[in-house]
Design a protein around this ligand. Structure first.
Ligand SMILES: Nc1nc2c(c(=O)[nH]1)N[C@H]1C(S)=C(S)[C@@H](COP(=O)(O)OP(=O)(O)OC[C@H]3O[C@@H](n4cnc5c(=O)[nH]c(N)nc54)[C@H](O)[C@@H]3O)O[C@H]1N2
Ligand SMILES: Nc1nc2c(c(=O)[nH]1)N[C@H]1C(S)=C(S)[C@@H](COP(=O)(O)OP(=O)(O)OC[C@H]3O[C@@H](n4cnc5c(=O)[nH]c(N)nc54)[C@H](O)[C@@H]3O)O[C@H]1N2
Ligand code: SF4
Ligand SMILES: [Mo]
Length: 682
């Protein structure tokens, strides 16, 4: 008899869907979105609707595999778990003896969003070891810094409320590609007459479906936001009552934005001055107006400032007062779980007598190649594929190739990173292990139990680090915690948003709304994060300068590399997770160009081109389709480098330069040149 079991999509996606898995004879045969979940609403995105192909792929890793031969070609031979774990522990001991524990570096991100397998037993293990800590900046840290600066708290408008909006701005947010469960709410609003505008350098799937597309130049959003404030304040379109009661510094802001005329912003953004003024007026007049800000705008050099500037707009218009107003970037901060209890950072003191050093994951290339004290001598990679996704790929790969670097990789598939492993360990998928999930695009906490058994000898990250702790002789009881113990620890939090949510309740309901008022209007009455509860404009630090790598940046660099490259997410990919799929591979091998740039270079659609700058190069197929404006190029990400000729993807072009705050990557501030390589015969 087929059974239907609940689960949760663990991918790094704001929607964190609730799943219904049909299981027959221990095998999953169908995956659907749970119709009862208020955000999932019974459907899945295209990539996960086909997840069972990945789940049962013959390419899944099944056994522990030490490498044979050189790093890179990826040849491995099977051993037992005992042999593999003993070998890792022995090597760790030798490295600790010679270099100290900080020579060991974990490298992980959000291959799974499940809290236990993302930041559970692994954190305990590395803290107890005294390993270097990883600053997990690769995605959202600039945006988090900017949002905190603006609001003091990272709360957001609930997705369900977008159905009540009259004007919705998708600002650096490819909703139809990267958070599709917001779309039905937007459609509902539009059916009732709402307008939907997109602010994005390329005409993506979402822009193509919008009422209007503002094709802004990359990295210039702060200029647009400042000019919108110029109009809103100058024409007295702001909510004077809300501003007086719940904000601080309007006079300073008025002064600050006086010089930010739409004409000035027009030059920097590539938009028309009238267009900018019109957008500001419409935004201020619409009640309610909601902004879906996503992480696209903060992957540029001053990305934190850009998020901050945009996030001040709803405070100015008082839009937080309305159901369907405000702004949605991330909801994750509201999940006040006992993360310290899960991760046990105090174990570092036991190992080192202090906090371990912190290494920024965006600078992995630098960390592996520069002499530091101690040098990084061991790398443990899980939930991530740095050989594909980290910037400055040539540096990353030359680091991974180091003979004296001991690399352990926990993976489901043989990624590029896995090819450089000394020991490759088979990992379970979210359908195969227990985990607890918060979300960054809604306010539901969810529990998933294994729906199917793991293939071969694959193990959850939790189990691998538990076993390694045993091998290292760690005797603290926390290393014997079960998954349920860890979930109970997480739920042991006094915060009113989660107080009283129990494992038993989660077991019954699978998905539990945080204890929030319904509707949740986080800043309707102020209650911003500052001690006085106000939104502080502190305009003296609010300003715009173009990224060094942009058309208004370093002129001599631009003379050599005249195109601004963005490499946003592909609609049917999830970073590099689906890089094995042929259609994804084909479409992440494309660079979109404007005619005005392609023609003088003799480039036509389908031509093979080389994209290059001082950091490296990669080979791509041109698509001359004017989805970007002149001077901009767009290469959807993230391809598996080993599927590309020359084994490089666009991250061979991106730099390790960090954002203005938060230590984030600047993937979308990247100047390149493109040249014709050859024309495939048709
Ligand atoms: N299909 C799919 N879904 C995903 C992912 C995926 O790879 N594929 N990845 C997941 C992850 S890890 C994340 S972090 C989220 C990210 O979700 P998003 O933030 O929505 O994704 P991005 O593609 O980074 O950026 C969104 C849009 O910002 C635009 N953009 C780039 N530079 C600028 C700029 O300077 N200004 C403005 N206004 N817009 C700009 C891009 O063209 C893109 O259309 O999506 C998640 N969901
Ligand atoms: N050029 C460019 N580069 C980018 C971006 C971009 O927009 N452009 N986006 C950046 C962003 S926003 C992000 S978040 C990063 C994402 O970078 P990563 O976090 O590295 O994400 P993925 O490429 O999806 O790789 C996740 C890996 O984890 C594995 N995995 C999944 N579940 C588990 C598990 O339970 N256990 C173990 N051991 N492994 C598991 C998957 O098989 C997959 O190979 O990429 C960044 N890189
Ligand atoms: S990737 Fe996102 S939209 Fe797709 S199923 Fe998972 S959570 Fe839902
Ligand atoms: Mo991300």
């Amino acid at each position: 008899m087929p059974q239907t079991l609940p689960s949760v999509c663990a991918l790094d996606c704001p929607d964190c869907c609730s799943l219904a898995v049909t299981v027959e004879n221990g095998r999953a045969t169908k995956l659907r979105g749970d119709p009862r979940h208020p955000v999932t609403r019974g459907f899945l995105c295209g990539k996960v609707a086909q997840y069972l192909e990945r789940e049962y792929s013959p390419a899944r890793l099944l056994h522990p595999l030490p490498r044979v031969g050189l790093k890179g070609p990826g040849r491995f031979e099977r051993v037992s778990w005992d042999e593999a774990l003993d070998a890792i522990a022995a090597r760790f001991r030798a490295i600790i003896k010679e270099f100290g524990p900080e020579a060991i570096l974990p490298y992980s991100y959000a291959g799974t969003m499940g809290l236990l397998n993302n930041a559970g037993m692994d954190r305990r293990f590395f803290h107890r070891l005294g390993a270097s800590r990883l600053d997990r900046t690769i995605c959202s840290s600039a945006g988090a810094a900017g949002l905190t600066d603006a609001l003091g708290l990272r709360y957001a408008t609930e997705p369900e409320q977008f159905r009540h909006s009259r004007l919705i701005l998708a600002w650096g947010a490819n909703i139809l590609g990267t958070s599709v469960h917001l779309w039905p709410f937007i459609m509902e609003a539009r059916r009732q007459g709402a307008k939907f505008y997109v602010i994005d350098p390329r005409r993506n799937r979402t822009a193509a479906a919008a009422d209007r597309h503002y094709a802004i130049q990359p990295g210039s959003d702060t200029a647009l936001a400042l000019a919108m404030m110029h109009v809103i304040i100058g024409e007295k379109l702001y909510d004077a009552d809300y501003v007086a009661r719940h904000t601080e510094g309007i006079e300073g802001l008025r002064e600050r934005v006086r010089e930010w005329t739409p004409y000035r912003a027009a030059e920097l953004t590539g938009l028309g001055a009238q267009e900018i003024a019109g957008l500001a007026r419409e935004y201020a007049a619409a009640r309610p107006a909601a902004i879906r800000l996503n992480y696209g705008i903060q992957r540029s050099e001053r990305g934190a400032m850009a998020v901050r500037a945009v996030a001040l707009l709803p405070a100015l218009t008082g839009s937080w007062k309305h159901i369907g107003g405000g702004l949605l970037l991330s909801t994750s901060q509201a999940f006040y779980l006992n993360r310290a209890g899960l991760e046990l950072p105090d174990l570092q003191r036991k190992a080192l007598g202090r906090e371990a050093r912190l290494i920024n994951m965006t600078e992995l290339g630098g960390a592996l190649n520069t002499v530091s004290r101690p040098p990084v001598m061991a790398l443990v990679v899980y939930n991530s594929n740095p050989a594909a996704i980290a910037p400055n790929q040539n540096a990353v790969v030359s680091g991974l190739r180091r003979d004296d670097l001991f690399t352990v990789v926990l993976e489901q598939f043989q990624t590029d990173t896995a090819d450089y492993a000394d020991i490759l360990l088979p990992a379970t998928t979210f359908l195969e292990h227990t985990d607890l999930y918060l979300a960054y695009g809604h306010y539901y906490l969810q529990l998933a139990r294994p729906a199917v058994p793991p293939p071969g000898e694959a193990k959850p990250n939790v189990e691998v680090f538990r076993l390694l702790a045993g091998r290292m002789g760690f005797e603290e009881p926390c290393f014997r915690d079960t998954e349920d113990d860890m979930i109970r620890t997480l739920l042991d939090s006094p915060h009113p948003f989660v107080a009283g949510i129990t494992l038993e309740e989660l077991e019954r309901s699978h998905s539990v709304r945080l204890r929030l008022p319904d509707p949740f209007l986080p800043f309707a009455e102020g209650s911003f994060g500052a001690p006085d509860g106000k939104c502080h404009f502190h305009a003296e630090t609010l300003d715009y300068a173009p990224p060094v790598e942009s058309r208004h940046g370093d002129a001599s660099l631009r003379a050599r590399y005249p195109l601004e490259l963005i490499s946003p997410k592909h609609n049917d990919a999830l970073n590099s997770t689906f890089g094995r799929r042929d259609p994804v591979d084909r479409e992440t091998a494309i660079i979109h160009l404007n005619h005005a740039d392609a023609e003088p270079r003799g480039i036509r659609t389908a031509d093979h081109v080389r994209a290059f700058n001082d950091r490296g190069s990669c080979l791509l197929a041109a698509e001359v389709d004017d989805t970007v404006r002149p001077g901009v190029a767009c290469a959807p990400s993230v391809r598996w480098p080993k599927r590309a000729p020359g084994r490089r993807n666009v991250n061979a072009l991106t730099s390790e330069r960090l954002t203005d705050a938060g230590g984030g990557p600047t993937f979308y501030s990247c100047l390149i040149e493109v040249e014709l390589m050859d024309r495939p015969r048709s």
